[in-house]
Design a protein around this ligand. Structure first.
Ligand SMILES: *[C@@H]1O[C@H](CO)[C@@H](O)[C@H](O)[C@H]1NC(C)=O
Ligand SMILES: *[C@@H]1O[C@H](CO)[C@@H](O)[C@H](O)[C@H]1NC(C)=O
Length: 463
């Protein structure tokens, strides 16, 4: 009996060993890591180049990226690509990146896994280009400033790249908006040269090495945050797509202290360092009937410039926006149907439109995109190149009988990089296009009949 069980036991032990060690991080090591952290706007962009080598016998199919929990919550986007070809023929192939779990993550470390296109054999190496974006990661300090003060912010990170792998050689460059750096944590060797802070090179750092740094620097970039944006894109098969966008815009920089003086603001050029007077929205090339209004009414100080490639709308709220101030407004416009609605197969149509926020250089905390399909549309499906929440709603407008299907897409933490095309496919039977005219015609006809009847009755009374 024991002899019969023995092989089973061995196999199961082997299996256990195999599952628990299926992707132990120590399979890999990083030969060379270079990181560039761009702090020049209020959106933090990090570029990371990793040369990864497989030092184990088993082939490796994924590479883990580690993030401290506080940073993980502010990640808006993580992208990875692998460089193929040499020098001039070099091109980048995008790779799949997904959040991943690890059983014994130290200090609550969070992970993303990059899936390699081809497995990495023993002794092989590959170079990955990683790009990620952090929002709400610059903390104004002092938290309150007066109208003419310059804005200073804190940024927290680690001088050593957090990684589950041994890193042989690494260096980091932090780009700041101006050479006015109040202070930055020194981790030898580190120094400032102009608008760049250099950390490293550091040699042979163990997995999960971490060395916290704080950078305190000037940043007068407008911290434009749209707390909530609702975009409604309504398709009418009668020739246009109507877009209506509701904005709640805030200045997320240091809070404004004291009273606002318009005289000071207009007379001294340096006054209101981080405040913003206007914003630029990029709209599609052939827009028409553009409007921009708030609760009070139309705001005429906006300017629209159109060209064959794009249209630019300069939005100027009624007052300049200081830290902590908010403005709510609506932008609306129409675009020609044939620019955005296509037919993919008999009876299947699709809208191809851009997803994100039209205003340049903003973070959107909560974005809702509603695509209102024509009455009678069936089987809607949305195709978005990243994860979004989806649901369907019904909307009734003037002359609707059965209501319109609305495809609702929701996403939090949206950055300009999310401003990419998405598609909504649906089936439509052209017979429905006749519904509204038929209804109108029958309404007129009924009216006509009623009039005739009334006239007849009227006459009969006189007699
Ligand atoms: C606002 O502007 C739109 C478009 O220019 C116009 O149709 C509308 O009448 C204006 N409304 C008011 C209250 O001025
Ligand atoms: C959607 O439009 C963009 C350009 O705005 C184009 O590059 C892309 O190929 C279109 N996608 C589809 C599926 O038609």
């Amino acid at each position: 009996m024991a002899a019969a069980f023995f092989p089973v036991l061995v196999v199961s032990i082997l299996l256990l060993l195999k599952t628990s060690f299926s992707s132990p991080p120590s399979d890999l090591q990083i030969l060379h890591a270079e990181r560039q952290i761009d702090l020049t706007s209020h959106i933090v962009r990090v570029y990371l180049t990793l040369k990864v080598e497989n030092i184990n016998d088993a082939p490796a199919s994924e590479v883990l990226l580690a993030f401290p929990p506080a940073q993980f919550n502010h990640l808006a986007l993580v992208k990875a690509a692998v460089a193929v070809g040499k020098r001039k023929k070099k091109s980048y192939v995008p790779l799949q990146v997904n959040p991943a779990e690890q059983p014994d993550a130290p200090n609550g470390t969070k992970y993303y896994a990059v899936s390699l296109a081809t497995q990495l054999g023993k002794g092989d190496s590959t170079t990955l280009e990683i790009f990620y974006i952090l929002t709400h990661s610059l903390e104004p300090f002092p938290a309150e400033i007066s109208q003419s003060d310059s804005q200073l912010v804190y940024y927290h990170d680690s001088a050593i790249i957090l990684s589950p792998y041994h890193i042989k050689h690494q260096a980091t460059v932090v780009k700041v908006p101006s050479n006015k750096v109040e202070s930055f944590t020194q981790v030898e060797p580190s120094h400032q040269s102009g608008t760049e802070l250099r950390y490293g090179p550091y040699e042979d750092r163990k997995p999960y090495s971490y060395s916290p740094i704080i950078i305190h620097s000037e940043n007068n970039h407008p911290f434009a945050v749209v707390e909530e944006l609702e975009r409604e894109i309504e398709i009418s098969h009668w020739g246009s797509v109507q877009v209506t966008e509701h904005y709640t815009l805030a200045h997320a920089g240091a809070k404004h202290k004291g009273i606002f003086s318009r005289v000071d603001y207009q007379s001294r050029p340096i006054a209101g360092g981080s405040s913003f007077k206007h914003l630029l929205a990029e709209l599609p090339p052939r827009v028409h009937s553009v409007y921009y209004r708030d609760d009070i009414g139309n705001i005429s100080s906006s300017r629209l410039r159109t060209s064959s490639k794009k249209s630019e709308l300069l939005i100027e709220p009624r007052y300049p926006l200081f830290g902590g101030w908010k403005a709510t407004f609506i932008i609306g416009y129409g675009v020609p149907l044939q620019d955005f609605l296509f037919e993919s197969a008999a009876g299947i149509r699709y809208l191809n439109y851009s997803f994100g926020c039209a205003i340049s250089d903003t973070i959107v905390d909560k974005l809702t995109v509603k695509v209102v399909l024509p009455e009678g549309s069936k089987d809607p499906s949305a195709e978005v190149p990243f994860a979004v929440e989806q649901r369907l709603e019904k909307k009734y407008s003037y002359l609707d009988v059965i209501g319109r299907t609305v495809v609702v897409l929701e996403k939090r933490n949206v950055v300009p990089e999310h401003n990419v095309p998405f598609q909504v496919h649906y089936k439509f039977n052209p017979i429905f296009m006749l519904a509204e005219p038929l209804m109108l015609a029958s309404a007129f006809f009924l009216f006509f009949i009623t009039c005739v009847a009334y006239l007849h009755i009227d006459l009969s009374i006189r007699k």
